[in-house]
Design a protein around this ligand. Structure first.
Ligand SMILES: [Mg+2]
Length: 387
């Protein structure tokens, strides 16, 4: 079997942006569907590929790179030779999100060829995964976070993760883009949440690299330890690896990082060896499904957790093929009180991650990633390539 075509189909999707605790007026964003075809009539797909994975389409420059740079490399190749193609793409220094998209389309294609959900092709480990509610940053006052955490607990979530006050000043109520630390307000929110939900809910905390100093990171980490938080995620910029080594030595709460550092499993293997984090982190846009699978094996060998970053079909398929002892949770979100998370977008018949009242999401059972496309919507809302 040979690859005969690669296309990126951009199309328009209305959505309600959510920022600084408010749902904004309806806007439009461009979603993309990347598709690879073969001479035997098989096809593989991946939806999205920009910062937020499944939900955000590839930008015009990325689409051009795929169609004019990567496509010629793929034409005529056996689509099942993913490992060879994955190494070719690293050798050519292809942008990580783009090599990841190609890798995922090829995995989807092979799982469709065998008529299996992807996690079964990878080697099924479980059909459902424990989820945590992952909040929008700067979502509410400390009391607002606490009320939301309690509502999530009542909905069935057993784990709640706070993205606190960053790129926003909780005192003035204004945007604040200069990577500021607002540690007094962050600590107030963490306390209010613990008080509201009691001791039997797992709580985690994710600063997304916005604390300005090592001292801020230590100070908040000590509070999280007192409050019995489970993990402390990405407190400082991830280029400061030695500061992370020191932080792990200083704190007892597990530090979870790197989440957005480039370099896929290679960077993360070095972090493990240096003791720069206690738990590792990756997602499918940092090396594709192949990258996640390899890092999970490295983590398993070292007895280090590999917590998967972000929501979405492909991350969930990976989790279905990794033991809970290695990757425990699925990041369900981002969520907030006014945000409708459960209605599928107009181009899909179902969301990937419906949750039961015990806090588990169940793996989609359709072949491949599990997408059930509304093809009419995609064709009717298709836009020009450079939109
Ligand atoms: Mg995070």
């Amino acid at each position: 079997m040979k690859i005969t075509d690669l296309q990126v189909i951009p199309f328009r999707v209305p959505y309600r942006p959510y920022r600084h605790g408010r749902l904004l007026d309806e806007a439009v964003r461009i979603q993309t569907l990347t598709c690879i075809q073969t001479d035997e009539g098989l096809e593989g797909y991946y939806l999205g590929g920009d910062n937020h994975g499944d939900l955000e389409g590839l930008l015009p420059d990325d689409r051009r790179t795929l169609e004019y740079n990567l496509k010629p490399m793929l034409l005529g190749q056996d689509p099942f030779d993913r490992e060879k193609i994955w190494h070719w793409m690293w050798t050519r220094n292809i942008k990580e999100n783009l090599l990841s998209v190609v890798d995922m389309v090829l995995w989807d294609l092979q799982a469709r060829a065998y008529d299996l959900p992807l996690y079964k092709l990878l080697g099924g480990a479980r059909d459902k995964v424990k989820a945590y509610a992952s909040t929008y940053p700067a979502m509410a006052s400390p009391e607002g976070y606490a009320a939301h955490a309690l509502a999530c607990k009542e909905q069935g979530y057993t784990h709640y993760k706070i993205h606190p006050y960053y790129f926003y000043d909780p005192v003035t109520g204004q945007p604040d883009r200069g990577r500021p630390s607002h540690i007094a307000e962050d600590i107030a929110a963490c306390r209010a949440i613990r008080e509201a939900v009691g001791d039997d809910m797992v709580l985690s905390f994710d600063v997304w690299g916005t604390y300005r100093t090592y001292e801020d990171a230590v100070k908040v980490g000590r509070e999280l330890e007192l409050l019995g938080y489970y993990w402390y995620e990405h407190p400082m910029p991830e280029y400061r690896v030695q500061a992370y080594v020191k932080l792990c030595q200083e704190l007892t709460i597990p530090v979870l990082s790197p989440e957005i550092a480039a370099g896929s499993l290679y960077t993360r293997a070095d972090w493990i060896l240096r003791g720069a984090s206690d738990m590792s982190r990756i997602d499918v846009l940092r090396g594709g499904i192949t990258g996640v699978k390899k890092l999970a094996a490295i983590c398993e060998a070292f007895g280090v957790r590999c917590e998967i970053h972000m929501s979405g079909f492909a991350n969930l398929q990976c989790l279905g093929a990794i033991s809970e002892d290695v990757s425990e949770y699925y990041e369900r979100g981002l969520v907030a009180p006014e945000v409708d998370y459960d209605t599928p977008p107009p181009y899909l018949r179902a969301i990937c991650d419906p949750m039961d009242d015990q806090g588990y999401v169940h793996l989609p059972q359709a072949p491949g990633m599990g997408y059930e496309f509304v093809w009419d919507y995609i064709w009717e809302n298709r836009v020009a390539d450079d939109d």
